[in-house]
Design a protein around this ligand. Structure first.
Ligand code: ADP
Ligand code: MG
Length: 729
């Protein structure tokens, strides 16, 4: 029996652990995290204070204190059954990395002991040569090291009986170039903090720190593991490269917010419980639009922690799903013809005085502060839309953006009716000759409009890639497999740059004798006018918008190799270098890495398409073809009239045509890949892979294979079908 039918036969056997009670969340929450509360119990006053100062103000921890912290951490971890530790980091592969070492060691005289010192906590040397580095190793130094990031707390991961202490780290080369997602994120948080505090101080002198906050929403698919294993494409690429639509998919819209299937529900409870132990504050779970698609979201957190928690969530889900005989798919487009998955990034700014800078205020004065940050965000997105687009570019996300289910590749901002009104008021009423009375009248009028804004929040535009949703912006074009760090680094950086510029312009007006608040309003007005064309309230999925955007001069970069150009443009290089996020060499390296990732993904998909066509699709099709022709010959020989085998002939005709076309196209695609592989320049090669391999062949080959799926005897077909993957569990 084939893997496919085996899997179907097994489906009814899964135990959904009905009746098993999950523990109360508050009882387990954070139990596997070495947070400050835990640290307080395991550290001396000196060590605790030093750790706290390092978390809050980025102060350096000296070696002696690090030894004390390490000892306390080990005591805590060992009490929980931990034997090993690892530096946990986020290399540019897109997954997380770890290399476990045991606390166990031998002393000089052979005495076995357990040990974990400050040195091991602060720094390790994984082999950097096995991670993507975009040529940085060649130019600089072969070795890299991981360095402890005290701002994200250590945690314990349980795998089977084993427990490992994971220390969040950044990954850098010996000469200091960052080789991961986290180091630049931390730099961008710093840059944004400085710029935002300066602007905040116009309104409130007490603000000393501003942090970005992130609340992500993770979409994913869940499929049966047996059915998954019967699909080499899912196993190798996370997406079905073939598969005809099932008779029913999402047209009845009966899945969204429906009851969660029991087996999936058991999986959810299980992974949520693991997440709670790890301190991930998951809050919501529900079905998504496509069948077998779901979403979960936490309470928002400081951005650094939120990024770690998202990668940790994805790891945890992938690890736990097989316990339930399931597989989770994070791919942006695992199934053609049904919605893909994204990861909305809800982003805002919070002060150390407890104010959300993107939430409308309670007084006219705090509303001016809100307006300042609100308009600066719009201006940032307007000025740097291209690099924001680049930050979400990837081979899998190309399948989703602009495919009528996700925001298009055009970056625009949605702000809603009432804020549009507010911006128009500012535009019309602020002028060079404005006096204090005009200013306070306007401030009051703006303030009056704000309460209406809260009603407006419910009326959300789901088609916008970057939408204001009442007290935060929601960046919706992020792909479901993406590490949030990359888009968030860019968003923080462009915001820092815009706020710096804003301060400069306001200060210049103040210097000329303008009153502070009038100066602020004047610059806000300028920003509204100069970034107006990025605002769009209509249907982002429509063709009309593509045309309109073109008229407005907004870029619509549909493919990754081209979208990535923005990473290294002169303007954006200056942006990153001057804000201390990336050096020129780091940017070039990252650009190279992203292009290489693109090439490899398309290459792997191309290979698996070819391999599956020849070894899994054509064999049953040819067997059926033989059967049909034998049948026709037999009937003919028996003297039956042509009408007796007319439909067999028709099927045979069709099958033969699709077999020939599919076989022929696979050969041609292999030739095209060879030509692409010979290209030296990475960008040219990526563009060639996109146009000469992916665009030229993927859909065409798929068309014939999917036709064969409908024609060939179902019991002969090896691959799990969409109706099984999406509806059976
Ligand atoms: P919904 O959009 O479903 O109505 P919410 O507006 O409460 O729900 O939140 C959606 C997402 O936005 C959640 O993941 C939440 O954590 C996040 N979020 C809410 N407020 C903020 C904020 N100030 N900063 C960042 N993320 C936020
Ligand atoms: Mg959302």
């Amino acid at each position: 029996m084939s893997l496919r039918f085996n899997a179907i036969a097994e489906l009814h056997t899964y135990n959904t652990d009905v009746g098993k009670i999950t523990p109360k969340i508050t009882e387990v929450f954070g139990s596997h995290v070495f947070n400050l509360t835990t640290a307080r119990k395991f550290l001396s006053d000196e060590a605790y204070k030093s750790l706290k100062a390092s978390i809050n103000a980025g102060q350096k921890i000296d070696r002696n204190v690090a030894n004390q912290i390490a000892t306390g951490m080990r005591a805590w971890a060992e009490a929980k059954g931990v034997t090993h530790y690892t530096h946990w980091f986020q290399p540019l592969t897109g997954t997380t990395a770890e290399k476990h070492d045991s606390f166990f060691t031998l002393k000089g005289d052979g005495t076995p002991i357990e040990e974990f010192d400050g040195g091991a906590l602060i720094q390790q040397e994984p082999d950097a040569s096995s991670f993507p580095n975009g040529g940085l190793r060649a130019t600089f130094e072969a070795r890299g090291y991981t360095a402890w990031d005290p701002s994200s707390p250590p945690f314990i991961v349980e795998i089977g009986y084993g427990r490992t202490l994971c220390i969040p780290t950044i990954f850098i080369s010996y000469t200091g170039e960052s080789l991961d997602y986290k180091a630049p994120l931390l730099k961008s948080i710093d840059a944004l903090n400085k710029a935002a505090v300066d602007v905040c101080n116009y309104f409130d002198r007490n603000v000393e720190k501003v942090n970005a906050t992130l609340g992500w929403e993770q979409e994913y698919f869940v499929v049966d593991e047996g059915l998954f294993n019967a699909r080499p494409d899912l196993v190798m690429t996370g997406r079905t490269v073939y598969g005809h639509n099932s008779a029913k998919n999402q047209q009845l819209e009966d899945h969204y917010f429906g009851a969660i299937p029991e087996r999936v529900y058991a999986f959810m409870r299980d992974f949520e419980n693991e997440c709670y132990k790890l301190g991930i504050p998951l809050r919501t779970r529900h079905n998504e639009v496509a069948p077998a698609q779901f979403e979960c979201a936490p309470i928002y957190e400081e951005i650094n922690l939120a990024v770690d928690h998202n990668t940790l969530l994805m790891d945890t889900m992938s690890r736990i799903a097989p316990r339930h005989g399931l597989r989770v798919l994070f791919h942006e487009k695992p199934f053609a013809g049904v919605n893909g998955s994204g990861k909305h990034n809800n982003w805002s700014l919070a002060t150390d005085t407890g104010v959300n800078l993107l939430a409308p205020g309670k007084t006219p004065k705090t509303n001016l502060m809100f307006l300042t940050f609100f308009v600066n965000t719009i201006k940032a997105v307007h000025d740097y839309a291209d690099v924001l687009r680049a930050s979400i570019a990837s081979a899998p996300n190309d399948h989703r953006l602009g495919a009528n289910e996700a925001p298009p590749a055009i970056i625009s901002v949605f702000i809603g009716e009432y804020l549009t009104k507010v911006l128009n008021e500012v535009k019309d009423r602020v002028s060079d000759k404005m006096d204090e009375q005009d200013e306070s009248m306007l401030k009051l009028d703006i303030h009056k409009t704000i309460p209406e804004l809260f009603q407006d929040n419910t009326d959300r535009n789901r088609t916008s890639p970057f939408a204001f949703t009442g007290n935060k912006f929601e960046f919706r074009a992020v792909g479901s497999t993406a590490n949030c760090a990359n888009p968030m680094t860019v968003l923080n950086t462009i915001m820092a740059q815009t706020l710096k510029q804003f301060k400069k312009e306001v200060d210049a007006l103040i210097e000329k004798g303008e009153k502070k608040e009038i100066a602020i309003m004047q610059v806000i007005r300028e920003y509204i006018i100069s970034s107006e064309k990025i605002l769009f309230e209509g249907d982002g999925y429509s063709e009309a918008w593509e045309k309109e955007a073109e008229k407005r001069g907004l870029p619509n970069l549909k493919t990754t190799p081209i979208a990535l150009d923005a990473m290294v443009s002169e303007k954006n290089t200056k942006l990153f270098v001057s804000n201390g996020i990336y050096s020129h060499a780091e940017l070039e390296a990252r650009h190279e890495i992203e292009l290489e990732k693109y090439i490899k993904k398309v290459q792997i998909e191309g290979r698996i398409m070819g391999e599956m066509a020849t070894s899994l699709i054509l064999p049953p099709a040819i067997r059926y073809q033989t059967l049909l022709s034998q049948n026709i010959r037999g009937l003919k020989e028996a003297g039956l009239p042509e009408s007796a085998y007319a439909s067999q002939k028709q099927i045979l005709n069709k099958i033969s045509e699709h077999i020939n076309k599919a076989g022929d196209l696979v050969e041609k695609m292999i030739e095209a890949r060879k030509i692409c592989n010979a290209i030296e320049d990475t960008r040219t090669k990526a563009i060639a892979y996109e146009s000469q391999v992916k665009a030229a062949f993927f859909d065409q080959i798929r068309y014939h294979v999917d036709k064969l799926e409908l024609l060939v005897d179902d019991k002969e077909w090896y691959l799990s079908k969409y109706r099984e993957l999406l509806f059976m569990r």
